[in-house]
Design a protein around this ligand. Structure first.
Ligand code: SF4
Ligand code: SF4
Length: 252
């Protein structure tokens, strides 16, 4: 019995090592040009509609329970009238070495073969551990089973689960769109083409500040943008290897 348990634990240890998959099928990446982001929050609304996110209201927000998979942070520099405002959209950084995965006792959050940090909702028992390990504060807990007043329930996206009380969630890079495009490409016997997938936030951004694609494809737009001299990633020093790349705002 103990040898069986040892074998099981050894298997789980290997499984949880970063880089478990020798080579990812794709390395999905978002590049966000902060020089183009004007803080309009269209991405936030698009994400709500695409991913069945509840609108929790002011009271819940005042208890630090705001519910957005992507949020816009604002930074103000200078003194009036010489004031400059900067915006930065923050979503799950889909870390290559994800802190959240290290803590989950039920393996509800893990890396998939595309290098994405995914969440298995029906494995989540709501310990909140992943949210406390994540340095980017992007995980959200369902304190209630939220309801949509009629007729809003009719606009729920059938490709996305409606999560219930006690479950943790966060940005998925719109995995339902990735899956659909991968299946379509597989049926046609080819790889996913650059630009074929657009997560809802990327598709909606009116200034074109966000670009999505495969960093393993050296000719893709994200690979080109990722070489820009304005590039940086959030909290890189923490060795999280984020898959969201920001291009610094050019302040005049
Ligand atoms: S940003 Fe947070 S939730 Fe997302 S992969 Fe990284 S540690 Fe996990
Ligand atoms: S990639 Fe999809 S899930 Fe993530 S913030 Fe954008 S719209 Fe929301």
């Amino acid at each position: 019995m103990s040898r069986l348990l040892d074998r099981l634990f050894a298997r789980f240890r290997v499984y949880r090592e970063p880089g478990y998959y020798g080579k990812y099928d794709y390395k999905w990446t978002i590049v966000i040009d902060l020089d183009k982001c004007d803080g309009c929050e269209a991405c936030v609304i698009a994400c709500h509609a695409e991913n069945n996110l509840p609108v929790v209201g002011e009271d819940e927000c005042s208890k630090n329970r705001a519910f957005n998979w992507i949020r816009i942070e604002r930074y103000v520099e200078g003194e009036y009238p010489d004031v400059k405002v900067k915006f930065i959209p923050i979503l799950c950084q889909q870390c290559g070495r994800a802190r959240c995965e290290a803590g989950c006792p039920t393996y509800a959050t893990y890396h998939n073969q595309d290098g994405l940090n995914v969440q298995v909702y029906n494995r989540c028992i709501g310990t909140y551990t992943c949210a406390t390990y994540c340095p980017y504060d992007v995980r959200h807990f369902n304190w209630f089973s939220y309801k949509w007043d009629a007729p809003l329930e009719q606009q729920l996206n059938p490709d996305v689960t409606v999560r219930e009380k006690g479950v943790m969630e966060k940005c998925t890079f719109c995995i339902q769109r990735i899956r659909a495009a991968k299946d379509h490409a597989k049926d046609e016997g080819r790889a996913v083409k650059d630009g074929e997938i657009q997560p809802a936030c990327v598709q909606t951004c009116p200034t074109g500040a966000m670009t999505f694609g495969d960093l393993n494809d050296h000719g893709s737009m994200v690979s080109i943008l990722a070489k820009n001299e304005r590039r940086y990633r959030l909290f890189e020093d923490l060795n999280t290897d984020p898959s969201v790349i920001y291009l610094k705002r050019v302040m005049k």
